[in-house]
Write a protein that binds this ligand. Sequence first.
Ligand code: SAM
Length: 280
Amino acid sequence: MKKLYSPKVVKDIIDFYNFRFSKSLGQNFLVDKNFVEKIVERADVKDSNVLEIGPGIGTITYEMAKSAKKVVAIEIDSSLLPIIEENMEEFENFKLIHEDILKADLEKIVSEEFNGEEFSVVSNLPYYITTPIIEKLVTSKLPCRDMTIMVQKEVADRMLATEKDKEYSSLSVFVKYYSDAKKVTNVPKSVFMPQPKIDSTVLKLSLRKYTDQVDEKALFDLIHAGFNKRRKTILNSLADAVEKDKLRLAFEKLGIKDNLRAENLSLDDFINLTKTIKTL
Ligand code: SAM
């Protein structure tokens, strides 16, 4: 049994391969048994297909492969490939793909590697592309069941925020639309090598599509218009997406005061507004 979460083991591997951490690729490796175990336990991947983004040296990958049906890891950094291959050599249910996750043809990967079956995403995400990765995955038509992801704590706070919180933003509404998001744990910066400047949070997003029929483009145009000018009243901020006359009529029909700010509106309010505007 390897102990890839051990700081000493990681240091020895890094030295042996003469590996250089890349700040621009967001390389902060997790070196703590408890947090690795917590992520794997909450990801709940026994007998499941797993897509891991950025396996690093394979720390979380190794623990998941013990019980998962199959683990497919996508890593951009070619200097990590021999390290991961060696660390994962005992597993037949493991496949490494050398690609940039943002450019990867995920439909093809899911069809070829998972036979098009349901899968879970697990990742200590490279922070510089956290939101584009989440957007790519949740807006795809892929059979993704859930995502257990480590993100910067401030980003997690924004994702989990509701109308009452100061962190409430278009990202909060976006995440709520596509998932039921739960906090798994906060993670101190001390458990990474090298240590980042900020703390992290692990979240589990259970994906769902809002069952209501709503024009998603119109919905997100409205949400972005609202939060782009969040200090303005919704009558003025949403006017960037919809004519004021229609807005006034929709507010009246829904009993929404036009002097509110976007941060006072819930996801349901935005959905109802989008639908009502469509009927005008
Ligand atoms: N999973 C490892 C761990 O927890 O120790 C490493 C996590 S580290 C925060 C992020 C990983 O994502 C690194 O291995 C990095 O090389 C990889 N990565 C960065 N950008 C990527 C991209 N565009 N596509 C795929 N992998 C990427």
